[in-house]
Every structure is written in structure tokens, then in C-alpha cells.
Ligand binder design. Sequence first.
Ligand SMILES: Cc1cc2nc3c(=O)[nH]c(=O)nc-3n(C[C@H](O)[C@H](O)[C@H](O)COP(=O)(O)OP(=O)(O)OC[C@H]3O[C@@H](n4cnc5c(N)ncnc54)[C@H](O)[C@@H]3O)c2cc1C
Length: 374
Amino acid sequence: MTPDVTIIGAGLGGLTLARVLHVHGIPATVYETEPSPTARAQGGMLDIHEHDGQSALRAAGLIDEFRALVLEGREATRVLDRDGTVLLDMPDDGTGGRPEVQRGELRRILLDSLPADTVRWGHKVTGVRALGGSRHEVAFADGTTVVANLLVGADGAWSRVRPLLSDATPEYIGTSLIETYLFDADARHPAGAKTVGGGAMSALAPGKGILAHRESGGTLHTYVALSKPQDWFTGIDFTDPATATERIVQEFDGWAPELTALITDGETAPVLRTLNALPPGHRWDRVPGVTLLGDAAHLTPPSGEGANLAMYDGAELGKAIAEHPDDVEAALTAYEQALFPRSAAAATEAARIQDICFGDNAPHSLIDMFTGHA
Ligand SMILES: Cc1cc2nc3c(=O)[nH]c(=O)nc-3n(C[C@H](O)[C@H](O)[C@H](O)COP(=O)(O)OP(=O)(O)OC[C@H]3O[C@@H](n4cnc5c(N)ncnc54)[C@H](O)[C@@H]3O)c2cc1C
């Protein structure tokens, strides 16, 4: 008999696993630190790829619900030079195979597809310990505990489950992002709206960039990327938005005003996102009764794959458990044998994309990638 599955983390990976298990009639409980499904804004747009994210949604029986969320036209891509010259402009002709959806809406269709009470909100895991055999005790911040017969760490970059399997911890990749938003941009920020265009815009130079995306409702979501040591960022007081904005925009001296306006006209306080990664090729020896998926298993520099891979991992693990109803260890072995090379390849590709975006040949390296010359 397949044991109930205990999943830590209600991100896209953990929820996809819970849903695929449910499709196969296997019960799961997801413990999530956030107090409710709406406690935190879920971030921006995700392009969901045919071969991993969409494949996972098919396994979850949610591909039609997903298609209803797709924002038309958002696959358009442009690359600009620092002076605002448009170097590459690729319209969304509907053949890109990477439809864009809002992350929060994708999470909602997964949540809505699960039986009530599958997700236990407000359960922050503080520690896990082996009880012998394949059983593990999970401790929560409120002092309660549960015993898991099959435990899955889907709890992201700073996983509390990972120490059962490996000593690895994420390390700073040398680049951070600063996030800002402009709202109702066509009416209120027309120059910014025109610069970003209908989908994604990347204005790049070695070691820095302004990357923006048109989201639903005319929202422009901007990530400012800077390759700087961590202490450079800790020297900026992000609790003082005006001073932080001024310091960040200084790094873009001489850039076109329609680009820097995406920073200076920001309508939300700039938020620092420090980027970390696990060692490339991170893997572990089989430990009975526990495994990892998504960022907990293979956090990489941003490459547009992390959420897709987390969902794919969740679907693959769910299918493996369903295919080995009497032998959980065989299921986990089969899942991990495919996971490790897949994750190693993703880490290599993510490092390549970082170099393409912020290396010495930016922005031309990115154009070469889009036009098939890299
Ligand atoms: C700025 C940025 C932009 C990105 N853009 C893209 C993109 O365009 N496309 C893409 O595919 N990927 C993108 N990614 C990567 C993507 O966000 C991650 O790879 C993806 O969210 C991983 O999913 P996950 O389910 O493994 O983990 P997460 O999404 O991190 O979910 C983990 C869950 O576990 C919960 N949790 C954490 N700790 C505990 C605890 N102790 N106890 C209980 N619960 C806990 C968290 O609250 C969270 O709900 C981006 C990442 C960043 C930082």
C-alpha cells in the first residue's frame, strides 16, 4: 500500500505533486508556512514550456484550466541597447510554445483542484529528524509535530527537509535583482509602455540590465539586474525607497530616459531579490522515505525554467509513486535517477544564460541566442 504522502511547501512544485497524487487516488497533505493562500502576492508572469511545465499540467489533468489563463501576445520579445535602440523585436505570432500566465493564477488552479484541507496553512517547518526505518518526524514552529511515512521537501531554496539528504546550501551567484512595478502603464506611463512593448523587454550591458514584462491589466513589472557583491547591496537602505532608487539608477547613468524611468517612476518600493544557487549537479544518496523536488533539489540562477522544472518534478514524482504502489523506494529511486541528470543539465544551461544576459558580450549574446546563433 502506498503511504500517505507528506509534502512540505505549497509552491507550484508541491501542489503539482499533490494534484497528480490525487488524480491517482493517493492521499497527500501539504504543510505550508504562509497563513493563507492569499497571504503573499505570488510574483510575476511565468512562461510555461511545452516539454516540462505543460507536460506536468497535462499529468495533473489541468491543461484546459491552464489554457484559459494564458495572456495573449505576451510572448513578444525585444532586446534594447542602453541608449534605447531596439536591436531585436520578435512579435508574438502564436508559435512560440511558451505561453505566459500569472504565477498566482496558476497556483490558484492547482489549489482549487485539491480536496479541501489538503493544504495546512500556517505550518512553518522548523526541523525534521529520522525516526528509523523510512519514518521522519516533522516539527512545526507552533510546537506540534507529525510523523511522515513518505516525506517530500518542496519547500524551496532554504529547504528544511534538504539536511536529511545533503549538506549543500545555496550560495550567492554574484548578481541580484531589484523589483519595481508601474501600473496602468498605457495611460499613465506611455513611454515605458511603448519601450516594453507587448511582452518582455531586455535592455542589457555587461554586468547589468533592465528587464521588464507587460503583465495583465497594463502592469509593467521590472527587474533591475546588477552584478555586484552582496555587501554592495547591504550598504543600501531599502527601507528608504527614494534613496535606494536614487542609488540604483546611478548605475544606469547615460542610459535612455525611457529605460531609467522604469526604475525612477516605480510605484512600489524597490524590493531586493538576492539570487542564490545550489552547487551545479547537486545530488544525494538514497535515504529511505524522503526526497526533494523543485528549488529544494536544484536551485539555479534564473533561466525561466525553475517553476517549470518544479512542476515537472512534482508530476514525475507523483507518477512514479503511482506506478510503484507497493514499493515506495523503487518509486523514489526511479524518480531520482531521472531527476539528477535533468537538474545538472538545467544548472549548466542556467549558468550559460546568466553569461549570455550579463557577460561581456551583452546584449549581442542575447540576440545571438534568440536568433539561433548561440
Ligand atoms: C526573481 C525570480 C524570477 C523568476 N522567474 C521565473 C520564470 O520566469 N520562470 C520560471 O520557470 N521560474 C522562474 N523563477 C524560478 C521559480 O520562481 C522557482 O524555481 C520556483 O518557484 C520553484 O518552485 P518550488 O515549488 O520548488 O519552490 P517555491 O516556489 O519556493 O515554493 C516553496 C514553498 O514552500 C514554502 N516553505 C518554505 N519554507 C517552508 C517551511 N520551513 N515550512 C513550510 N513551508 C515552507 C514557501 O512558503 C513556498 O510556498 C524565478 C525566480 C526568481 C527569484
